[in-house]
Ligand binder design. Structure first.
Ligand code: PEP
Ligand code: MN
Length: 349
């Protein structure tokens, strides 16, 4: 019988304490894998055979916070792997997660300088922590606008220099991770690439935080396993993004799964943000879904905003005008104020 254990080391564990723990695990001939999650070393152990003695021994060793069997197939992203919810850096000063809330907003795609800079100004004025905009777009048709590529990245860098906003942008191809990381503060892995394992490993080996969108037909477990790839490759800074799943309904573009938010908080220490724009495909539904997500405990929002949605090259029907976005921000702020300090029976994030 095999059993998987996770050993959580203290942040201040000494190198010799870590070495002693690794030695003890190797003594039983078990395979192990180490990862840093924040400042903390996690050791996952695949115990093939009797692990009773090891399980008794490990919690008593110096430098160990706890050692516990993890039943779920994901280990590093599992709730048990951390004492507290993770907070992911968004640019040099902001965080999302562990009580830090943030809104990322901007156009679906970078189209031209005027469009991008107008969107950047608008979302900054309304209080977004970061701006979004795709330079590389995953499109269903090869004949649709595919994004401006390197020119789009250049414009994003300029928008960042002008406004000071952090940049969140999608990376589609493992070969582009380095170039996109030179501009992006957070790399977006899109719904269609949630199980692109080569891409997950590549962003996992990089240094930029990752926003991992839920695949359009992914279960929570598949989504968390995709996040596990990134952490197992060495990058602890992952936030999840619920963007709706496929359903039989045709009125909305996707079925926005509000239950995913408390579910992720039950299963994982990673932050989860909500994307009501792709979740509905209809701009009038963005605010009500955003408020539902906030009420359900979302750590942040991803919202599409375009200075002139009617002329957008992609996703105009779900994009808010700057004016509507500013009203959404007011409503979100009011709801959060009303919720803070309320005792609920929901599990704490
Ligand atoms: C996007 O954010 O513009 C996008 C393409 O999203 P998704 O991957 O969720 O479809
Ligand atoms: Mn879009």
């Amino acid at each position: 019988m095999s059993r998987e254990l996770i050993v959580v080391m203290r942040e201040e564990a000494l190198p010799q304490e870590v070495e002693a723990v690794l030695e003890r695990i190797r003594l039983d001939g078990f395979q192990l894998h180490t990862t840093m999650v924040g400042e903390r070393l996690l050791i996952s152990v695949l115990a093939e055979g009797d692990s009773a003695q090891l399980e008794q021994m490990l919690p008593q060793m110096d430098g160990v916070v706890r050692a516990l069997p993890v039943q779920s197939p994901y280990k590093l992203v599992a709730k048990e792997a951390s004492d507290r919810p993770s907070a992911v850096p968004i640019g040099p000063t902001a965080l999302i997660g562990d009580g830090h809330f943030g809104v990322i907003a901007g156009p679906c795609a970078v189209e031209d300088p005027d469009q991008l800079f107008a969107a950047a100004r608008a979302v900054r004025e309304a209080g977004a922590v970061a701006m979004r905009g795709g330079a590389y777009k995953p499109r269903s048709s090869p004949y649709s606008f595919q994004g401006l590529g390197p020119e789009g990245l250049r414009l994003l860098a300029e928008a960042k220099a002008r406004t000071g906003l952090a940049i969140v942008t999608e990376v589609l191809d493992p070969r582009h991770v380095e170039a996109v990381s030179a501009v992006a503060d957070v790399l977006q892995v899109g719904a269609r690439n949630m199980q692109n394992f080569a891409l997950l490993r590549e962003v996992g080996q990089g240094s930029r935080p990752v926003m991992l969108k839920r695949g359009m037909n992914a279960t929570y477990e598949e989504w968390l396993m995709a996040a596990e790839y990134i952490l197992a490759s060495g990058n602890p800074n992952v936030m999840l993004c619920e963007r709706g799943v496929r359903s039989f309904e045709t009125y909305t573009r996707n079925l926005f799964d509000v239950a995913a938010i408390p579910a992720v908080h039950e299963l994982s220490h990673l932050p989860v943000i909500a994307d009501p724009s792709h979740g509905s495909g209809r701009w009038r539904m963005v605010e009500p879904l955003a408020l539902a997500a906030v009420a359900a405990g979302a750590d942040g929002l991803l919202v599409e905003v375009h200075p002139n949605p009617a002329r957008a090259l992609s996703d105009g029907a779900q994009s808010l005008t700057p004016d509507h976005f500013s009203r959404l921000m007011t409503a979100v702020t009011a709801l959060r104020r009303a919720l803070i300090g309320q005792e609920t029976i929901a599990p704490k994030a």
